[in-house]
Design a protein around this ligand. Structure first.
Ligand SMILES: Nc1ncnc2c1ncn2[C@@H]1O[C@H](COP(=O)(O)OP(=O)(O)OP(=O)(O)O)[C@@H](O)[C@H]1O
Ligand SMILES: [Mg+2]
Length: 474
């Protein structure tokens, strides 16, 4: 029996992915996209296969959902083209007339499953979750071609000292060919930083090939990394090049490296030392020119100490360490990130960016953010999807925050006093925070604020509150 040392739960992100929806019918496309956004996925929609092919040359997706019947290139041709390009995403089809023949045909060319119209959002979500799981299991790696102007693809938001320092480090290490180990909690932006390093390196025009290490068995992982010869094992009908070969002259990103099994740790060490390896089932040595980036959200030195990760591999990987601090350690970045993601979500949904009540912003700034930037991104997307034009309230946001019941650490007075606000804005925030503290009880709040009840009500009306205070659901 095989003992797995990799018990960590799948990262929170495992259930969320980047999804591309291809459908010429706008309403159908939007409803699929919205349902998936609410489920927390990042979704983009295009109206033709041609547009989709263009987009996947610039951005990477985990799942592609395509309509089968479309003018021009239809879904089936599109799927064949994806297969030809060996694009790594999982493909799902949507079909109006469940024609078994075309569904089978599409599945022969790599599509995972199909949905017959009409379907509900649960079926859709389930299928996408399954596709994501399978994608992570089988074939995470895919060449990520960055657009010519890389600034947008790797826009790293944040003005905190920590982020400024990180940007400076990236600028320093990117041009070197050194191996970089990027560490940080789940959702802090490790993959983003890896892309930024690649984009600022002399290899920027070559591919960044990534491989997500968790859950692949040592056997699968070896052939993914190094490729295999025909007949190397049951099912190896054709020779195939591995990620290292695909990344030649470019960069390879070994995502979540801590999860790699000991047998492979040894093989990887050799590649890092000599840039040489053999395909599975072959004795021919292949040399590549590849820069290695790795990420980890686990305590690698601790794992080395427990002899679960090779020390020599760790030191090879950690030539240049880049550590991304958790979002709670750089709260100044929260408003900037919010603005960024609210803007992006609004643009995607053809809406005006939604506004937050001051108390809602406070809630977010003080939140513990266990899911870090990804959690914040999801909150912004949801707020945009569900917003009906009124400023978002703290009560609306609270249920979306991870672990919102856990006691939050109160900030010191200095830390919670935001400068840069006008007195008027500050007054509104104080009033809202006081109301929150007294569960919306206006008389108590007015007393605490040292103003009359009528003054308070007047101010609240001015801020656009309903005539009667809404009690907090404690
Ligand atoms: N500073 C930032 N500016 C803008 N977007 C960011 C920033 N940091 C993270 N993001 C976004 O947050 C999301 C999560 O980032 P990313 O996938 O890089 O995190 P990660 O650390 O690799 O997470 P995991 O450990 O779960 O794999 C992505 O959509 C990324 O673009
Ligand atoms: Mg990641």
């Amino acid at each position: 029996m095989k003992t797995l040392t990799l018990q960590p739960p799948m990262p929170k992100s495992a259930a969320h992915g980047r999804v591309l929806v291809v459908d010429d019918h706008r309403q159908a496309r939007e409803s699929v996209a919205d349902a998936l956004r609410i489920a927390g996925h990042r979704v983009q929609g295009v109206s033709s296969a041609v547009e989709a092919l263009k987009l996947i040359g610039e951005e990477s997706f985990d799942v592609i959902i395509t309509d089968l019947q479309m003018p021009g290139m239809d879904g089936l041709e599109f799927i064949r083209e994806l297969e030809r390009r060996r694009y790594g995403a999982q493909v799902l089809m949507i079909t109006a007339h469940a024609s078994v023949a075309s569904a089978v045909e599409a599945m022969k060319h790599g599509a995972l499953d199909y949905l017959e119209k009409p379907f509900d959002s649960h079926q859709l979500e389930n299928l996408v979750t399954r596709a994501l799981g399978r994608g992570r299991l089988i074939d995470q790696g895919r060449p990520l071609h960055l657009p010519a102007s890389t600034t947008d693809a790797v826009a790293m938001i944040g003005a905190s000292t920590a982020m400024q320092a990180l940007r400076a480090r990236i600028a320093q290490v990117a041009p070197t060919d050194e191996t970089v180990l990027i560490t940080g909690e789940s959702g802090t932006g490790k993959e983003l930083v890896a892309r930024a390093v690649h984009a600022a390196s002399r290899r920027a025009s070559a591919p960044l090939v990534s491989l997500n290490c968790p859950v692949l068995s040592a056997h699968l992982m070896e052939s993914e990394l190094f490729g295999h010869e025909r007949g190397a094992f049951t099912g190896a009908d054709a020779a195939r090049s591995g990620r290292f070969e695909l990344a030649d002259h470019g960069t390879i990103l070994l995502d979540e490296i801590s999860e790699i099994e000991p047998v492979l740790q040894a093989k990887l060490l050799r590649v890092l030392q000599e840039r040489q390896f053999e395909r599975v089932g072959s004795s021919r040595t292949i040399s590549v020119d590849v820069r290695v980036l790795a990420t980890s959200n686990r305590d690698l030195p601790g794992m080395v100490h427990q002899e679960r990760f090779r020390g020599d591999l760790y030191y090879r990987l950690a030539v240049v360490p880049l550590e991304i601090p958790p979002l709670r350690a750089r709260r100044e970045d929260v408003p900037l990130l919010l603005e960024h993601f609210l803007g992006l979500a609004a643009a995607r949904q053809h809406k005006e960016p939604c506004l937050l009540q001051a108390s809602a912003l406070d809630l977010l700034v003080n939140h513990h953010w266990p899911g870090n930037v990804r959690e914040l991104e999801n909150v912004a997307t949801r707020a945009t999807v569900l917003n009906l034009g009124l400023p978002v309230t703290a009560d609306e946001l609270r249920p979306w925050l991870i672990d919102s019941d856990a006691p939050r650490q109160p900030l010191s007075a200095e830390a919670s006093l935001p400068t840069g606000l006008s007195l008027e804005q500050m007054e509104q925030r104080l009033i809202e925070a006081t109301l929150e503290r007294f569960d919306g009880h206006r008389a108590k709040s007015a007393e605490a604020l040292g103003i009359g009840l009528r003054t308070l009500s007047g101010k609240l009306r001015q801020y656009g509150y309903a005539p009667r205070a809404k009690a907090r659901s404690a």
